[in-house]
Design a protein around this ligand. Structure first.
Ligand code: ADP
Ligand code: MG
Length: 680
């Protein structure tokens, strides 16, 4: 008997070759297979009479094959199977190109469902290469559309999933306790899986979605709440020495009151006797680095080491250059550690970390690699936290005796969501910018302005500025969208046709981090005039000379993402501009882009985004270090989210260890995929 852990090759039609292709989609077992949810649906539920077929429109007809199909070889490499099918309203001429087997598969006198695009006029209706079935898997119903990979087709995957569901839909353990399902009117897990793949109707699809979204948010809430209650159990020596007035005195400016509040929160945590787990959230340019520096100084004063981790080498170097002089002027020894260093330098830094000679280390992921040992790591700061998952936070913690953790993020999250997304962290918000910042003038235009924009870019560059152009990546019918093409083609076009005399470069997500850093560094050094990029520049690289941000297809981005991108300019003395290009004329799109014109406040923008589009964008971006959510970003509303959070709280209150709910506990663990000791 097959079970959930049975290999996918169990499925009829899945052999070695296809199993290999499925592996690329992370499908290994029957469980993986049936948990591979559609990304969209195609409503083919309506069956049409042949007479009513509209040319150019796709539709299903149910018709009988009227006579033996004929095969003709038009020329080499082109074989046609033709047949006529009829229903009570008329006749349909069907042609299959290069599908010789259709000749023998379709039998005169039998009735099939055909789905395809109708062509032809009046009496002569035709269809080419329709999908043909007798059992209505892919016709006559709402049909799932899956992200694919080479060697796997929609039909093949749908048939495999159908078999998988038949074999083990009833074996799925339900992570939602019965009483929770009852209280919130949620269907059971097997039914939800069946309906999310092969919905009987729109209503049933909605029912399935609601249940699966609820499940995901519920498990996430439970996990976050457990993380939080877990960490309250650890103790550490409270910092005694938290007077950092000499640090304040050394700064060339005084901290804003929002910065001071954040520092006070941190100092309170550090002297509390429990490990700090704090998120400092502040818009781009709000001065988070100095807040981190205050925490670092305090850790060093209390005899411990501090590590500052940035998501890229270039950001790590930027921090090092910025902080090192300040730290050293206060007699704090400081090193840089990145993956790109020569082995010898690296060894010597590791040695200094091991002995404690280096008090502060700034670097990339290299800081958590297994060969890095610390004398007494007391504080870990991660910058631009959204690139670090909950898992990595945990890996870092494992380096010290539960070090204090400070996470800095420039992604504003609406307060209503913060509890879920940062459930395991305390939050300080820096809601004020240092005085004297210039507003970035923002324009929303359609593509008929493009030539004028190019002229404007040239002017800015002649004045000595630099520009970013962001092109969004086009989601192909593919599991992993490829952004390489969009960015490279666009930058080549600009280089050859528009700006042959300027230096144009491009970065995209498929590049190796080293290559990307090299180009970013050249841009920062002013050697590149225009940088064409997908959203990889989002993270906080500082290029004060960049004055223009152009965003193509701006309507495809979430508002918070647009805000992040816009924050790449306006970092220097010169007036900066952001131009949002979009040909989307929908009211929704216009409303969203006009929010960008109206305000530069990241929190207001995030609230507006939540209001206009729901929380999907926040949950789906995977920018918050959350575990990957599969369905919650498809469709969920705030009401459902509150329900799920509340249910999670109630369950934990009643049974903090989830002793009576082993399935729930296991699923939470799996969702977070953490070391057993982190959550249990
Ligand atoms: P972010 O929050 O984006 O990380 P940074 O810490 O990089 O911001 O700070 C942005 C700039 O503002 C830096 O050049 C920093 O020196 C400066 N800055 C920080 N705090 C203040 C302040 N209180 N007054 C004036 N300038 C400040
Ligand atoms: Mg920063």
């Amino acid at each position: 008997m097959p079970d959930l852990s049975t290999d996918v090759r169990y499925i009829k039609g899945i052999g070695e070759q296809r199993a290999k292709s499925l592996q690329k989609l992370n499908i290994h077992t029957l469980q993986d297979l049936i948990a591979y949810f559609p990304r969209a649906y195609d409503d083919r539920s309506k069956i049409c009479r042949i007479k009513d077929l509209q040319p150019g429109e796709s539709a299903c007809v149910e018709a009988m094959v009227a006579a033996q199909p004929t095969l003709s070889r038009v020329r080499k490499g082109l074989e046609l199977v033709k047949l006529r099918a009829v229903d009570e309203s008329g006749a349909l001429d069907i042609t299959f190109f290069n599908q010789v087997y259709m000749k023998d598969n379709l039998h005169p006198g039998e009735t099939y469902t055909f789905f395809g695009k109708a062509e032809g006029i009046h009496q002569r209706k035709t269809m080419s290469n329709p999908i043909v079935e007798q059992n209505r898997m892919l016709t006559g119903r709402i049909v799932p559309v899956y992200p694919l990979t080479a060697g796997i087709s929609q039909a093949m995957l749908a048939r495999a999933i159908e078999q998988g569901l038949n074999a083990c839909q009833d074996l799925l353990p339900d992570p939602l306790p019965l009483e929770v399902r009852r209280a919130h009117s949620l269907c059971d897990v097997g039914y939800a899986y069946r309906q999310i793949h092969f919905p009987g109707s729109e209503e049933q699809l909605e029912e399935a979605r609601r249940r699966l979204v609820f499940e995901e948010l519920f498990l996430l809430s439970v996990g976050m709440k457990k993380l939080r209650s877990r960490r309250d159990e650890f103790l550490c020596p409270p910092y005694q020495n938290t007077d950092i007035t000499d640090f304040y005195r050394r700064l060339p400016f005084s901290l804003t009151s929002a910065q001071k509040r954040a520092v006070d929160d941190i100092l309170r945590d550090l002297s509390s006797g429990r490990p700090m787990n704090r998120l400092v959230q502040g818009d781009v340019g709000s001065g988070k680095t100095m807040v981190a520096a205050a925490a670092i100084i305090c850790a060093v004063r209390n005899g411990q080491q501090a590590a500052l981790m940035a998501p890229t080498e270039i950001l790590a170097e930027q921090h090092y250059r910025g902080l090192c002089p300040l730290l050293e002027s206060m007699d704090v020894s400081c090193s840089l550690l990145t993956g790109a260093m020569p082995a010898k330098t690296r060894r010597s830094i590791l040695e200094k970390l091991r002995t404690g000679e280096t008090q502060v280390v700034i670097g990339t992921h290299a800081l958590i690699s297994p060969d890095v040992a610390y004398a007494s790591l007391g504080l870990v700061v991660t910058d631009e936290q959204h690139r670090f998952g909950v898992n990595q936070r945990a890996a870092l913690s494992a380096k010290g005796e539960r070090p204090h953790l400070l996470v800095m993020s420039a992604t504003p999250i609406p307060r209503t969501l913060a509890l879920l997304i940062y459930g395991d962290l305390d939050v300080s918000v820096i809601d004020e910018l240092p005085p004297g910042r210039q507003k970035i003038d923002t324009f929303a235009v359609n593509s008929s302005y493009r030539q004028r924009i190019y002229v404007f870019l040239r002017k800015e560059i002649e004045k000595g500025g630099q520009a970013y152009i962001i092109c969004s990546m086009v989601e192909e019918n593919d599991a992993v969208p490829d952004d390489r093409k969009a960015a490279t083609e666009y930058s080549q076009m600009l280089q050859t046709q528009i700006f042959p005399d300027l230096h144009i470069a491009c970065v995209h997500g498929r590049m190796k981090p080293k290559e990307k850093d090299k180009i970013m560094a050249a841009f920062a050094a002013g050697e590149i005039h225009i940088l064409v990029s997908t959203t990889v520049v989002e993270v906080g690289v500082d290029v004060p000379n960049a004055t223009v941000m152009v965003i193509e297809d701006a309507d495809r981005f979430g508002l918070s993402q647009l805000h992040q991108l816009r924050g790449r300019v306006g970092r220097g003395q010169s007036k900066s501009f952001c131009i949002l290009i979009s040909d989307n004329r929908s009211e929704d799109s216009k409303a969203r882009l006009s929010v960008m014109k109206q305000t530069g406040d990241g929190f207001k923008i995030a609230e507006a985004d939540l209001h206009l589009r729901g929380p999907g964008d926040f949950l789906g971006q995977r920018q918050h270090g959350l575990p990957a959510l599969k369905v919650a970003n498809l469709r969920c509303d705030m009401a459902l989210m509150k329900e799920a959070q509340q249910a999670a709280g109630e369950l934990l209150e009643q049974d903090p260890e989830l002793n009576a709910y082993p399935v729930t506990a296991r699923q939470v663990q799996k969702l977070f995929d953490l070391n057993a000791d982190t959550l249990n």
